[in-house]
Each structure stands twice: as C-alpha cells, then as structure tokens.
Design a protein around this ligand. Structure first.
Ligand code: FES
Length: 282
C-alpha cells in the first residue's frame, strides 16, 4: 500500500474513532444535562432566584451541543473525503493481474520484439508426488549398488532429479547424499534441474556461429525469460541447449524443437519457431 493510502486509512480510522467517542459521550451526557435543566426549572418555578443559574446552565448545555454538532459535522465530511481518497488510492495499488493467473502472449514494447507475458514462476511449480520414489525403491532395491538404476528411474519419471525425490531416496535406502552427488555429476545423462516439455537445440556449429547463433540463443532466452544460469523457462515448456552441428549448415543459423528443424533464422523470427509448441494458458 502506498504512503498516501496509508495516511488516508489513518485519517479514516481517527475520524471514525472521534465520531464513535462523541456518540458515546453524548449518549451519557445529554440525558444527564436534560435532567439537571429539568430539576433547575422545577426549582425556578418555586423560587425565581434560581432563574440566572438556570439561564447559565441552559447556555452552557446549548453551547456544548452546538460545538459538538459542528465538530461532528466536519468530522463526517472529513470521513467521507478520506474514505473516497483511500478507496481511489487502494484501487490504484491493486495488482493488474490475479497472482498466479497465466497471461496470454503479447507483443511487448521494446523494439518490437516478441515477449511472452507470463505469470509468476511459482505457477509452474507443482507439489512433487513422491509415491513413485517409494514404488521404485520397492521394485529395484535399497542397496548402494542400486544407485544408478534408481536415479535412472527417477529421472525417467520426473524428467530430472528433483531434490525432494533424492532426499526421499536417501531416507528409504542405503544410498547417501554424497553418493548421489558423485553419481549424478559424473554421468552426463542425469539432470539436476527441471527440463522443459520441449528441447530447443540451437546449433552453435561453425556455420551457425558465423551466421549469428549467439544472437538467436540470446533472443530465445530473452523471449522465454530464462534467467542467467538457467536453461528452462518458468513454465517448463522449453529447455534451450547449445549443440554442435546439426547437419544442415546450408540453413544456418538453425535450431531444432524436438525433431522439427527451423533454419535461416534471425533474432526476430527465432521466437516464431517456438510458437507452434507453446501451450495456450488455460
Ligand atoms: S553448423 Fe549449424 S547446422 Fe551445421
């Protein structure tokens, strides 16, 4: 919430409290004053010398009520204005999109390049079902010698080696975290980070490199909003890999999405090669 909205909310709260306090005080004091005036009126009927005292009391009561009425009227106006200001400011501060809601691809405003408008990365993170790990351990075994087949099974199921699955594996077997770290880093087949639904292989062979493979890769990473050190987009739709010659140098620069080839790309046209594989937000 902005500072101005916070101040408006504070004014609303203060004025509301003031009006409530006035109402509480008046609800006690008015009957009391009325009773005192009435009693003095009775005394004045019997003894006229009480008349000045009665007049003074009536003036004091009237002045008090006028002052309170004036103050409460201005407080009421102030409350209305402060409430309106607060509502306007609060509405302005509301997020434009529902958190987690996927958004459609849009054309951005930086140099006419395509942007994929995406929900928070957390939208793509699902709770991991670890039942498979338990089933794999029961089926394959618990010994240290079963580390590779178990890791292969886990990777085959989850498409990478999730930390939660590996922790569960260590709990259920004789395999240690150190053994897993050594095995998974030694064999190139194992992935420790999530993999996208589609593998985008961008050729960085000589012909493609000369024709601008680096710019193609950079543009795809920007389009998919893949952060530094990562190779997969937050929605886990695409994983980008830089590979050696794909064997179609005459089409350089080239990329492959799964087994579909696209060539003679430019940074502007490269994102279009992914379009056919993009899932429309539900
Ligand atoms: S260098 Fe890219 S296809 Fe050969």
């Amino acid at each position: 919430m902005s500072k101005a909205a916070t101040i408006a909310a504070g004014v609303v709260a203060a004025l509301t409290l003031l009006l409530l306090a006035d109402w509480a005080v008046l609800s006690i004091r008015v009957p009391k004053d009325d009773k005192a005036v009435k009693a003095l009126q009775e005394k004045t009927k019997q003894d006229a010398s009480f008349a000045p005292e009665l007049a003074a009391l009536q003036k004091r009561v009237t002045d008090y009520r006028i002052a309170r009425t004036l103050r409460d009227t201005w407080a009421g106006y102030g409350l209305l204005v402060a409430s309106a200001v607060f509502l306007v400011l609060a509405k302005r501060n509301l997020p434009r999109h529902i958190p987690g809601a996927p958004q459609k691809a849009t054309r951005g405003d930086s140099g006419g390049h395509l942007h994929r408008s995406r929900g928070p990365a957390i939208a793509a993170v699902e709770a991991l079902d670890l039942a498979f790990v338990e089933e794999a351990v029961t089926r394959i075994g618990r010994g240290r010698e079963m580390a590779i087949p178990l890791l292969q099974a886990i990777q085959s199921h989850y498409r990478y080696l999730p930390d939660e699955a590996l922790r569960r594996l260590c709990e259920l077997t004789e395999i240690t975290p150190a053994q897993i770290a050594g095995t998974s880093s030694f064999y190139g087949q194992f992935r420790r980070s999530p993999v996208g639904e589609h593998i985008v292989k961008v050729c960085h062979g000589t012909a493609c490199h000369v024709a601008g493979a680096r710019q193609i890769t950079d543009e795809l990473r920007r389009y998919l909003e893949i952060s530094e050190g990562q190779d997969t987009d937050a929605l886990r739709q695409f994983t980008i890999e830089e590979v050696a010659c794909l064997g179609c140098c005459s089409l350089a620069p080239v990329l492959m999405v799964d087994d579909h080839t696209a060539g003679r790309l430019t940074p502007n046209t490269a994102p279009g090669a992914l379009k056919a594989f993009e899932k429309e937000p539900a």
